[in-house]
Design a protein around this ligand. Structure first.
Ligand code: PLP
Length: 445
């Protein structure tokens, strides 16, 4: 057994001893829940089984065993506004006694559309319940107006359960990502793939002129953080325009860059912005915003059924409750001032991690997008999705996750991401720095 394996086994043992009620709840759930969890990804638990939630408030969660944690996972961004922010809770309570969903628009929707336009730029908005659906419907609209079959994504991206996006390249061939479940069609038919931060690769792929849209995060966030190199996003915009391809910025995670996401913070001009997760404080809500020019083209499509069974829409999308929660969250919680505080905390977090990495002489790196921080077992930080994927080490990740959890700190179970919410304090950040440093010391002793 390596030192790492010994330490991981010790941490798992501690985790098991400390969480008898979560362990029992997991066993009980196995009887009727697929995989023993409400959603199968909840099985990604470094300690051996998932912690069961009792309560969560602000930057804290408490599990069924009564243990409280500083939460930097924040529902993988779904709770970036903090858990149960009072203004959102109040709006939910009010709206839920006045009609949750009806076949009618509410004034909140108009307010939210205007606010998203002010923040992100695109002037015309439509609503979904998830970021996945925002991406799916944006893709359909892009195919409709361009009459092109393919979507281009960057290698090792993630955009939700969007069929087209689970693709990699193997030489000239487009292949499915390992583990892709029951794909409907061969990805060669639907997708082109380029490497992030590689303008030549992108130019070559777009030159086929069969790509309806590039679907991208302005910085990759789902294979660690991969930041765009200077000029890359300008090149993406120039090339997409040159080749008649639309550009979709998925801001679901890069929303952490500021009140208007990376689109506003980095002065970007996509044709479509998609977003979900955090905007309604944890209540299901997603949205996509469209440039005026593209909105005109969409509405002029004679053979596109946008009011009934055309393939874009959902019964509960744009419901009164989701929009009330979205309005309250944007108006009172994820405000400009909140982003300033969150970014300051994240900068402190980043510094703490960097200091620990330096003190231990490790070839690791840390990257940040506003309120979001991620550490990686590679230095300098990987500049492509493939390089970042190659830096992955499951055992080491599990050790860090379990070590932190056993000492009251949670980071996102997917890779090593930490997010700040408006309630995160300097003390919370320093607690992580302290425990992270201790985890490294034990690894090296
Ligand atoms: C960039 C990005 N887009 C879209 C999604 C999908 O979000 P949801 O699962 O809430 O639909 C995710 C989820 O992690 C994401 O990271």
């Amino acid at each position: 057994m390596t030192r790492l394996q010994t330490l991981l086994a010790r941490e798992r043992e501690t985790f098991k001893t400390d969480h008898p009620r979560s362990a029992a709840a997991y066993d009980e759930a196995k009887r009727h829940l697929l995989g023993g969890v409400p959603m199968t990804w909840m099985n990604l638990a470094a300690g051996g089984f998932p912690l069961s939630l009792d309560t969560a408030r602000g930057a804290r969660v408490t599990d069924l065993d009564g243990r409280t944690y500083v939460d930097f996972a924040l529902g993988d961004t779904g709770a970036m506004a903090g858990h149960s922010p009072p203004a959102t809770v109040e709006a939910i309570a009010r709206r839920s006694t006045q009609g949750i969903t009806a076949m009618m628009p509410t004034e909140d929707a108009t307010w939210v559309g205007a606010e998203l336009a002010r923040r992100f730029g695109p002037p015309q908005w439509s609503f979904t319940l998830t970021a996945t659906d925002a991406n799916r419907w944006a893709i359909r609209l892009a195919r409709q107006v361009t009459q092109r079959p393919k979507i281009l994504v960057f290698a090792w991206c993630y955009h939700g359960s969007v069929d087209e996006a689970f693709a990699l390249r193997d030489g000239d061939r487009v292949v499915a990502r390992p583990g892709n479940v029951g794909r409907p069609v061969d990805l060669e038919q639907t997708t082109r793939v380029a490497e992030f931060n590689d303008p030549d690769d992108l130019a070559e792929q777009l030159a086929h002129r069969d790509v309806a849209a590039v679907l991208m995060e302005p910085a990759l966030t789902n294979i660690g953080i991969v930041l765009p190199e200077p000029g890359f996003l300008d090149t993406v915009r120039r090339l997409t325009r040159e080749h008649g391809t639309l550009l979709i910025n998925d801001e679901t995670h890069t929303f952490s860059a500021g009140p208007g996401g990376a689109t506003k913070a980095w002065d970007l001009e996509p044709d479509i912005v998609t977003i979900g997760k955090a905007i309604a404080g944890g209540v299901p809500s997603g949205a996509y915003g469209i440039s005026r020019e593209l909105a005109g083209r969409i509405m002029a499509e004679q053979d596109a059924d946008l009011v009934d069974t055309g393939g874009v829409g959902g019964t509960l999308a744009g419901n009164a409750l989701s929009l009330a929660a979205t309005r309250a969250t944007l108006e009172h919680v994820l405000t400009d001032a909140a982003f300033e505080r969150m970014t300051a905390r994240a900068t402190r977090f980043e510094q703490g991690v960097q200091d620990a990495i330096d003190a231990h002489g490790l070839d690791w790196s840390v990257s940040r997008i506003g309120a979001r921080v991620e550490y990686r077992f590679a230095a300098p930080p990987p500049r492509t999705g493939s390089a970042s994927a190659a830096a992955h080490d499951r055992e080491l990740e599990d050790y860090l996750h379990a070590y932190l959890a056993n000492r009251g700190v949670l980071i996102t179970p997917f890779h090593l991401m930490a997010l700040m919410c408006p309630d995160t304090t300097d003390e919370d950040v320093d607690r992580h720095t302290e425990v992270f440093g201790a985890a490294l010391s034990e690894l090296q002793s």
